[in-house]
Design a protein around this ligand. Structure first.
Ligand code: GLN
Length: 543
């Protein structure tokens, strides 16, 4: 087994996660079995209770683990499901160490960061690779070198360098800024951050220098000289715009071959044909559709990243470009007007009452004007609320999450959930069986009766209202195994109006785009076509 460690320097947010996922993809394409460990040095046990305003979207793994959104990128790039062990946090490590101490595993010794915490870190990293029989384990250390929280992790990795003799490769991702006033890229911050890394005993084997534009030979030489890294292994990665270009860009550098050779592995070069195909579609779509995304967190970068990626996957497959129009559901006054020029609507995940009335109005608009719509999780639940209010005439119908006193709780906790109050523990999380009914739109799309989809929610369609909802034209076309939890809904009298209680976006991959996102885009494309035709007709008429 080999290990590739990716650390960050100077500042965060320069694409370390994208670089790590891209390397994982490249190595997979070269026929290596690759695994990934993301280290998040914060004390939280997992990302479940973190605020999207700070951290963006919470991703969920198939086993129900709530993680940082980087794990989503890894799953998408590697095209495989990861599990709890692929994400290490300080909280988890300390919890395990303390549990062992309580059990008496340390035989009366003083429990210390070195060796007890560092041993636990090394053991967990290695066990991930061993469990899956991996050839290469990539380890991304979150944050930047110098952060106090990441010290025990870096110390553990330093020890691994000695123990793994030649089978571990360190990549340091840094930033080379260009000051507008000076006009030239500055390598000093990189020098300092490598110095910091070396002061804790880690000499990087390669440097990825992120910068606005490609660095020239002189600058790379300078970085090599100051950091004692082989000049060949100083890799310049300029801004590329979209993250899908990164695997191609890195594959064209010497880094993959250099890295594999240093670890004693064959280069197994790959032409990355599949990936080139999707990047081509993403760069030059045949035409575009506009999807209005109505949400509370639209101004916060990465809150809906898995949905954004799902649409890119669809573009990669179909060649239809997707422009996202972000619509803030808290500014509900002009929502109908904002939706005037979209070809489709997405109502994504959400929690709590703020901004929901705006979403409900958007749903009503799409339903009445026959604009294609996909509601996901909270979006699914709100389509039921809107339908209950405006079609069934149940005034004030709501989800009991949003109004506990509503007369018509069409979305509610199931009887067995009532009384569970632990915020971190009552969610329905991870992959579960979804049973699709034959003869429905959902079945037409999935072509299978049983699929596994990923969840993160508490509330459910209230079984008491199902019959009257279905009588009035909204059909629940998939349920859980027992038939009590509704999973997919569709409107009969509408060209495309669907919702899923599960997060279709979490399982979307470039190699297998989300079926529901793809269906929305195809419907939006048809809708766009009709709109264009109508427009041309009108123009002719005006002449
Ligand atoms: N707030 C809703 C629930 O907990 C929906 C959650 C979501 O959109 N992920 O059921």
């Amino acid at each position: 087994m080999r290990f590739v460690v990716v650390t960050g320097g100077v500042i965060s947010g320069i694409g370390k996660g994208t670089i790590t996922s891209s390397l994982a993809y490249i190595l997979r394409e070269r026929n290596y079995k690759v695994d990934i460990v993301k280290i998040d040095p914060y004390i939280n046990y997992d990302a479940g209770t973190m605020n999207p305003y700070q951290h963006g979207e919470v991703f969920v793994l198939s086993d129900g683990t709530e993680t940082d959104l980087d794990l989503g990128n890894y799953e998408r790039f590697l095209s495989r499901d990861l599990k709890s062990g692929n994400n290490l946090t300080t909280g988890k490590i300390y919890k395990w160490v303390i549990e062992k101490e309580r059990r008496g595993d340390f035989l009366g010794s003083t429990v210390q960061i070195i060796p007890h915490v560092t041993d636990e870190i090394k053991r967990r990293i290695r066990s991930i690779g061993l469990e899956d029989n991996s050839d290469i384990v990539l380890i991304e250390v979150g944050g930047v070198v110098g952060d106090i929280e990441s010290m025990p992790f870096l110390e553990a990795l330093r020890q691994m360098r000695l123990e793994e003799d030649g089978k571990i490769f360190f990549i340091h991702v840094t930033y080379v800024p260009t000051l507008r006033s000076v006009g030239e890229p500055k390598t000093k911050p990189t020098q300092h951050s490598v110095k910091e890394l070396r002061s804790i005993g880690i000499q990087p084997d390669a440097i990825i220098a992120r910068s606005e534009t490609e660095l020239d030979r002189d600058l790379k030489e300078k970085i090599a000289l100051f950091t004692q890294v082989d000049e060949k292994a100083v890799i310049s990665v300029p801004d590329v715009g979209d993250i899908f270009t990164m695997p191609l860009l890195l594959n064209d550098t010497v880094l993959p071959n250099y890295m594999l050779e240093k670890m004693g592995l064959k280069p197994n070069e790959s032409d990355m044909e599949f990936w080139r195909g999707i990047v081509e579609n993403i760069k030059k779509p045949s035409h575009y559709v506009t999807i209005g995304v109505v949400g509370k967190y639209v101004q916060i970068k990465d809150s809906y990243i898995s949905n954004e990626h799902s649409f890119m996957h669809v573009t990669g497959k179909t060649g239809i470009g997707v422009k996202l129009k972000w619509i803030n559901s808290e500014k509900e006054e002009n929502i109908e007007e904002m939706l005037n020029d979209v070809d489709g609507v997405l109502i994504p995940w959400g929690y709590g009452p703020r901004g929901t009335e705006g979403k409900i109005r958007a749903i009503r608009y799409a339903r009445e004007n026959k604009v294609p719509l996909l509601g996901i999780c909270f979006g699914f639940q709100l389509t039921v609320v809107e339908f209950a209010r405006n079609v069934l005439g149940l005034e004030g119908a709501n989800s009991s999450e949003l109004n506990p006193d509503t007369k018509y709780p069409v979305i509610d906790l199931l009887p067995e959930q009532v009384g569970l109050t632990d915020k971190g523990g009552t969610m329905r999380l991870g992959d579960t069986k979804v049973v699709i009914k034959k003869g429905t739109k959902a079945y037409e799309l999935y072509g299978e009766e049983v699929v596994y989809e990923r969840h993160r929610h508490r509330y459910e369609v209230n079984p008491k209202y199902i019959e009257s909802i279905e009588k009035n034209g909204m059909r629940f076309s998939a349920t859980d195994e027992s038939g009590t939890r509704m999973e997919i809904l569709e409107l009969e009298d509408h060209p495309f109006f669907m919702g899923s209680q599960f997060h279709a976006e979490f399982k979307s991959r470039p190699e297998k785009p989300s079926i529901l996102h793809e269906a929305l885009v195809l419907a939006a494309s048809r809708y766009n076509n009709i709109r264009r035709k109508k427009f041309i007709e009108q123009e002719k008429f005006a002449k």
